[in-house]
Write a protein that binds this ligand. Structure first.
Ligand code: AMP
Length: 213
């Protein structure tokens, strides 16, 4: 089963994807994580996209389509969770073609609905474990007092350069202008389901579980 988590920055796509990876042995394909890894390892592509990402704009379609295409050949029994890709109609068409050429398809598109006000609060204050990627938040899930990640015991935590109010405004604008048309695109294809992304992590996970059947 292949699924797409669709929603604005801060909707909880990454958090829910990680739960699905643990519970269903699915593979998370996050273009945001791939691009950040390219930056950290200092590849030419990583250097090229750094400023664009920090400002909150989308990188070009060809770059992210290439990143995803590289990952699809290894088959995984649990299937893929697309997180943060596609973000434009051109990317959505490309994903459909990449999957079809491998006799695969997107089985479920889950739209995670969250108010803009909640997104600002969620994003400004977010940090992740540098080792395993566990997500923390200053208010709702603070880093433990002993400074150790609850998941892996790691002691290094990172904040994203684009997790600030200024970049977030641009990221939200990019979402509404370039990504939200995908809601209609997948609705028309008949595989869109919407969940309330505002609840507790487990409540949202249950809604997603129900949608996946
Ligand atoms: P994310 O971690 O998904 O919030 O992505 C962080 C940043 O990476 C975005 O603000 C974009 O600059 C870039 N990015 C990630 N995925 C895509 C995509 N599918 N298309 C274009 N840019 C992307």
């Amino acid at each position: 089963m292949n699924i797409l988590l669709l929603g604005p920055p801060g909707a909880g796509k990454g958090t829910q994807a990680k739960q699905l990876v643990d519970e269903r042995q699915m593979v998370q394909l996050s273009t945001g994580d791939m691009l950040r890894a390219a930056r950290t390892s200092g590849t030419e592509m990583g250097k090229k996209v750094a400023a664009v990402m920090d400002a909150g704009h989308l990188v070009t379609d060809d770059i992210v389509i290439g990143l995803i295409a590289e990952q699809l050949d290894a088959s995984h029994e649990g299937g893929f969770i697309f997180d943060g890709f596609p973000r434009t109609l051109a990317q959505a068409d490309a994903l459909g073609e990449l999957l079809a050429s491998r006799d695969q398809k997107l089985d479920h598109v889950i739209e995670m609905q969250v108010d803009d006000d909640a997104l600002v609060a969620r994003i400004v204050g977010r940090s992740t474990c540098g080792d395993c990627g566990e997500i923390y938040h200053d208010q709702t899930k603070p880093i433990p007092a002993d400074g150790k990640c609850t998941n892996c015991g790691g002691t290094e935590f990172k904040r994203r350069a684009d997790d600030n109010e200024e970049s977030l405004k641009i990221r939200l604008m990019a979402y509404y202008k370039q990504t939200s048309p995908l809601i209609g695109y997948y609705y028309a294809k008949g595989n869109l389901e919407s969940v309330n992304g505002l609840g507790e992590i487990d409540a949202v996970a249950s809604e997603i579980k129900a949608a996946l059947g």
